[in-house]
Design a protein. Structure first.
Length: 257
């Protein structure tokens, strides 16, 4: 998806929110000074991603927050890459598996890709993940308690941190702000890093899901010894440096296509 589509979709979501959660296609086209076909095309993508529901002649917002959060904005970044990654990760997970999913936008796409899996036991601190996987296919979803952050709907704090020590899961599926060839997963938030460390200690297989942009970014907090990573899933082949690093970590790199 091109950046202009991301911008248009963000503007559509904002316009629908300001209109009280519902709007007509013709009104959106007039408000944004674009064609009705442009609105319909972008609404189709937003409906597919679970942000809007198409109704006769218009749209209805599925997320009732009052302003677009950082999380929603990240959901609109590189959606094609994240869907590829999500499909690849979902293919690694068997029915009846237990898994942890964090608060990243990529893991929200992974939750979507797991919609046809059955009898999963899901442990998460993400409202988005819990919403997508609870009450379907005999799944059991365990949601951490604590205060929900405004910008991503993630539960954090002392209660959430201790919650994850109660579980031993088959998989820990983690996102990253950046990936360093020398240090592995990097994050901006200390609480997120602490929870990631805990769940990695309590999971049999550790999967990091990150789009290719993360290989050229930096972040200040090192999550763990990179040798704890079992599999790294991305949508483009990393550099030879990263392959050499992964080899030294004894981690497998999976390139989704």
């Amino acid at each position: 998806m091109e950046n202009i589509n991301n911008q248009t979709q963000s503007e559509i979501l904002e316009a629908v929110r300001k209109a009280g959660g519902t709007s007509r296609i013709v009104s959106l086209a007039k408000h944004l000074a674009v064609s009705e076909e442009t609105i319909r095309r972008n609404v189709k993508s937003l409906a597919k991603e679970g942000f809007l529901e198409k109704v006769h002649g218009g749209v209805r917002l599925l997320h009732e927050d009052n302003e677009e959060s950082d999380f929603h904005a990240r959901m609109l970044e590189c959606p094609a890459a994240k869907r590829k990654i999500a499909a690849a990760v979902a293919n690694m997970i068997e029915d009846e598996s237990s898994l942890f999913l964090d608060v990243g936008s990529t893991t929200a796409f992974i939750a979507d890709a797991l919609k046809d899996h059955k009898r999963l036991m899901v442990v998460t601190n993400s409202v988005a993940v819990a919403y997508k996987l609870a009450t379907r296919n005999e799944n059991r979803v365990f949601m951490a308690g604590g205060e929900l952050r405004a910008h991503d709907g993630g539960a954090f704090g002392a209660t959430a941190a201790s919650f994850f020590e109660n579980f031993q899961t088959d998989y820990a599926i983690l996102s990253a702000a950046a990936i360093s060839p020398s240090k592995g997963i990097m994050l901006f938030d200390l609480e997120e890093a602490q929870i990631s460390r805990t769940v990695m200690q309590h999971a049999n297989c550790k999967i990091v899901a990150a789009d290719s942009r993360k290989f050229t970014r930096t972040a200040p907090i090192n999550v763990c010894d990179p040798t704890l990573i079992d599999t790294l899933v991305t949508e483009q082949k990393p550099t030879d440096t990263f392959y050499q690093s992964a080899e030294s970590w004894k981690a497998k790199i999976v390139v989704a296509n």
